[in-house]
Design a protein around this ligand. Structure first.
Ligand code: FES
Length: 234
């Protein structure tokens, strides 16, 4: 007979529940009867929808994680933050310039940062949030885009900032400015898009659309891999 998973006690918004050990927080919520209409998206650590705050019964220190990535632990007391009403500047990226001063113009409150570092301690992605906010203050778009690259926009940094700053939205602005104006042009991508636009692959795509799953899997397994990618797996 299959061995049964050990049950652990957790507390969901104050309600005591018992869930099998090893479930992620997200799955534990569902196991306990919660239907996730909000606070759940990709289930893979990318969309940032499942921001969760928790502490333990005998340890009041708050911790922050993505519910789809963090396993439940005994005596966890948890709440979710599926939405946080944070400031978000409205702009048309096509009408902006890659000028660092634009960051302060759209998010003037960033000057109020007093360096408490709560944002960094809160980030479930372990990003150096306070440092990229310092870069934003200096107008260094490239540095902010680089340091915030793994941000999943969960909003926990804004939820916890005592000054009401919105690091994740500041970083999004910088990544957009970087992508639109500063990132080097990828020649081979442009070439491939022209090939697609010219219909060069239309027949092949139509053929793939008609292929069954088995055939698609076979072709995927047998596809040519670029040399750089192959080397990564050696
Ligand atoms: S559901 Fe998307 S990051 Fe957790």
């Amino acid at each position: 007979m299959a061995e049964q998973a050990r049950l652990i006690d957790i507390y969901i918004m104050g309600r005591h529940c018992q869930v099998p050990e090893g479930l992620t927080i997200l799955t534990a919520l569902e196991y306990s009867g919660y239907r996730m209409l909000r606070g759940c998206g990709c289930r893979a650590g990318f969309c940032g929808a499942c921001a969760t705050i928790y502490n333990f019964k005998n340890d009041p220190q708050l911790r922050y994680d993505l519910a789809c990535q963090k396993a439940g632990e005994p005596d966890m007391c948890l709440v979710q933050i599926p939405f946080f009403p944070a400031v978000k500047a409205v702009y048309d990226i096509e009408k902006l310039e890659a000028d660092g001063e634009k960051i302060k113009a759209l998010y003037p409150d960033i000057v109020k940062c007093f360096g408490c570092n709560t944002c960094t301690k809160t980030c479930p992605q372990e990003l150096e949030v306070m440092w990229f906010m310092t870069d934003a203050l200096r107008g260094d778009i490239r540095a902010v885009a680089d340091k915030s690259f793994d941000c999943v926009m969960c909003g926990l940094c804004a939820a916890r900032c005592p000054q009401g700053l919105v690091p994740y939205n500041v970083a999004l602005l910088c990544r957009r400015l970087y992508g639109r104006y500063l990132a080097p042009v990828s020649e081979h991508l442009d070439n491939r898009i022209s090939e697609l636009d010219s219909g060069e692959f239309d027949a092949e795509i139509e053929e793939l659309k008609k292929a069954g799953e088995k055939e698609l899997r076979r072709r995927y397994a047998e596809r040519d891999m670029e040399p750089a990618l192959e080397q990564q797996w050696e």
